[in-house]
Design a protein around this ligand. Structure first.
Ligand SMILES: N[C@@H](CCC(=O)N[C@@H](CS)C(=O)NCC(=O)O)C(=O)O
Length: 219
């Protein structure tokens, strides 16, 4: 099997989802850290013209967009299946992944996560409390809907982890360090238990921001 190279930055929830999938598949990979400011410059723009992460390189094949990468990995790698065979469960998986891209990231994580974590920690910028307050109604809707879709199940599609849990779990874990997490999960203890279930997995433990930073330093 040719080498899997993940071009990303430590801390990126999208990048982490790819690393989690590789761990779930027990596939070796190399983490190629992009230096600060490097996402909007060459050589990264040749990999990803929109200047974002992650990008996966495999066997001369370069692919970006996290959902596409996750599905590619699930197709080319053996081991644990990360897509349910039942069409309804697979449909639910796809739905949750799109909720992650369109509603959980856009307008929630890219505001609350950015203002609480990225701005102060990485950019030395003050937190814009008004932006966070404005994002809360949408965040409440997203959390309520994810809680409803999860229901009493262990994972979004049933008893087994799927790509939906990997993508949603990565974003939710990023948000869990913000003070808003407690407010947002007050009415959804199932999401809190689900996150604990995910964090107990080796794939999540091995891909925390700290662990990926260590990987980046060692590369
Ligand atoms: N639709 C893209 C979104 C990727 C994305 O927005 N990644 C963020 C980091 S989590 C990013 O690259 N931000 C711009 C930057 O870091 O310069 C995907 O699914 O891969």
């Amino acid at each position: 099997m040719s080498e899997f190279v993940v071009h990303s930055v430590p801390g990126s929830p999208f990048g982490r989802a790819v690393l989690i999938a590789l761990h779930e598949k027990q596939a070796p990979f190399r983490f190629a850290a992009i230096p600060p400011g490097g996402t909007k410059a060459e050589p990264h723009l040749s990999r990803h013209p929109f200047g974002r992460v992650p990008v996966l390189e495999h066997d001369g094949f370069m692919i970006y967009e996290t959902q596409a990468i996750l599905r590619y990995l699930d197709r080319v790698l053996g081991g644990i299946a990360l897509t349910p065979s039942d069409p309804k469960a697979a449909g639910r998986m796809d739905q949750v992944m799109n909720i992650c891209d369109w509603y959980l990231f856009q307008g929630v994580n890219n505001i609350i996560g950015f203002q609480r974590v990225v701005a102060p920690r990485l950019l030395g910028l003050p937190t814009d409390e008004a932006a966070i307050a404005a994002a809360m109604p949408r965040a409440r809707t997203v959390f309520a809907e994810l809680s409803r879709l999860l229901g009493a199940k262990a994972y979004f599609t049933g008893d087994a982890i799927s790509l939906a849990d990997i993508l949603a779990g990565s974003h939710m874990d990023f948000l869990s360090v913000t003070p808003e997490w407690t407010t947002l999960t007050e009415a959804s203890p199932n999401l809190v238990a689900w996150r604990a279930r995910l964090n107990a997995r080796e794939s999540f433990a091995a891909t925390t921001w700290e662990r990926v930073s260590q990987l980046a330093k060692a590369a």
